[in-house]
Design a protein around this ligand. Structure first.
Ligand code: PMM
Length: 279
């Protein structure tokens, strides 16, 4: 299965990619976009590459449950300088984690190759056009509502069927907007408008989503469902749970895993992939 980026393509039938998370969110004593935050994010990105990241996912707006939106100007101030600093200097592709078309456009102009849009092109009417014109790859993710509202009593008939139908529909919408199928990756949106039971069901039947025929991206890293499964563990004590979720995803056919702890996860991915698929 091929995944086409702007300057390269991956054969994901034989490979799993580790996407390292780079959050450019302000230090608690600054307003964001300050030199210190940018420098720190770029250093962190280089560290993730040294640890084995295949992709960097750079984001300037938190999508944690209940989080508030950030202005376009502020988001641009945070992410564009980080991408400019890294692009051209690094071998791995950069993904921009944004819901805003203007941020995506400027991020791609600065060197990003993947648009990771948690609204699956529904949040900003111009997003599909930017993806189509720039030839960036896109990640289409399932979410109910917005980050502010998504955890308010999410309900489904059958969560896996509904997420699958949603992803199929968004893939068609993307293609209709001029984004070639080969550029698209799909993501069930672990933790985005899902209870613990919904998340568990998505893992248990992940094969049904892998069967949609596009690379499946899974982002379980340090998320609340792991805290619940681990008896109330805080985010910094969820590494083993994250690794277990990553390994389960790979066994079910996922091809891209989005994580904070790239070093340990990359080692687990290497072994899981060999065990799941042979040499
Ligand atoms: N999760 C978060 C942010 N962006 N993007 C994709 N495609 N999939 C995810 O699961 C996802 C995402 C929230 O996690 P963070 O705030 O810990 O980065």
């Amino acid at each position: 299965m091929r995944w086409q980026l702007i300057d390269r393509s991956y054969d994901l039938s034989r490979r799993v990619l580790v996407m390292g998370i780079v959050n450019v969110t302000p230090d608690s004593f600054s307003d964001g976009g300050k030199f210190f935050d940018i420098e720190r994010a770029a250093d962190h990105a280089l560290e993730l590459i040294a640890q084995g990241a295949d992709i960097l996912d750079i984001g300037g707006e938190s999508t944690r449950p209940g989080s508030d939106a950030v202005s376009v100007e502020e988001e641009l101030r945070r992410v564009v300088p980080v991408i400019e600093r890294l692009a051209g200097k690094i071998q791995v592709p950069i993904s921009i984690d944004t819901m805003k078309a203007e941020v995506a456009r400027q991020a791609v102009a600065a060197g990003a190759q993947i648009i990771n849009d948690v609204t699956a092109l529904r949040g900003d009417p111009k997003m599909a056009g930017v993806a189509g014109e720039t030839k960036a790859a896109v990640v289409l993710m399932h979410m109910i509502g917005t980050p502010k509202t998504m955890q308010q009593e999410p309900r489904y008939g059958d969560v896996v069927t509904e997420v699958g139908e949603f992803l199929r529909e968004r893939m068609q919408a993307a293609e209709a907007a001029g984004i070639e199928r080969e550029r698209i990756a799909l993501d069930p949106g672990i933790g985005f408008g899902k209870t613990l039971e919904h998340n568990v069901e998505l893992f248990r039947r992940m094969g049904e989503l892998a069967a949609l025929g596009r690379p499946l991206l899974i982002g379980p890293s340090r998320k609340a469902f792991l805290g619940k499964l681990l008896g109330g563990a805080p985010p910094e004590e969820r590494l083993e749970g994250t690794i277990a979720a990553v390994v389960a995803s790979i066994c079910a056919g996922a091809r891209i895993v989005r994580v904070h702890d790239v070093g340990p996860v990359a080692k687990a991915v290497k072994v899981a992939q060999e065990l799941a698929e042979g040499r």
